[in-house]
Design a protein around this ligand. Sequence first.
Ligand code: PDD
Length: 285
Amino acid sequence: MSIVYLNGEYLPMQEAKISPMDRGFLFGDGIYEVIPSYDGKLVGFAPHIQRLNEGLQLIGINCSREQQEWREICEQLIEKNDGLNLGIYLHISRGADTKRFHAYPEDLPATVYAFAFEIPAASIADKSKAKTYKVSTTEDLRWQRCNIKSTALLGNVMHFQHGFSRGYNETILFNNNNEMTEGSACNAYIVKNGMVITPPLDNQILPGITRFMLLDILSRHSSIKVEERIVTMDEVFNADEVWLTSSSKEIAPVVEIDGSPVGNGKIGDLWLAAQTLYSAHKADY
Ligand code: PDD
């Protein structure tokens, strides 16, 4: 049975009740995080909580807690739920009001909800064992504040569905200048001539924690060169390798885009090098 956390209590998921007047439900007015754990150990906990706090501050939700309190919730959920590899979903909404009114209400206690869910086993840096991804592409029609990890995800949901309904694993998005932004639920990269290239952090993409960790690991522990710059879709279609990253995928190799192979259609050597380094060092975060 799944045990969840709601506003200070641990209880079976079926007993967790949230008001239909909650602004998370009515407006998607909240911030969320997904933190992966493998064998009970959280990965990237501190940067995830930092991004959570930044998101709360950006949208003016007052829910200040010590990092240790968040850790306690995550660890309790890992302990109370079965599963070797669990993602911890944390959701903080602006709270349940008595009326539906757009302005931020004052002094409304935030709703804090968290649950654990199974995620795939950690990626193994082995080309013969890695899950390969086939993706579609579509224009990024989300809002202008994609750097905020908002619970209002209809744009992401519709973009994911674009690929999913066509039999693809993900959807890579591009803006109206034909520049890659990110995936519907992940960051995106190309590899060209031995260089890893990914769009810079701005309002068009989420500052992924896996992205932060990967770039930090590559710069500290390898001579692999990374460029953070605009990537055109022409470059995506002509890349040697394409990768996606997220907390539940780690580094995912893309082998097909819109029905055409990426490079030679096989997992690339730089993916192997990067995933090997990521597997070796992710526990440092
Ligand atoms: N998705 N970009 C978007 C739009 C995302 O939704 C995500 C994560 C990422 C990668 O961020 P991170 O490396 O911090 O997981 C990038 C999560 C996992 C989700 O919505 O389930």
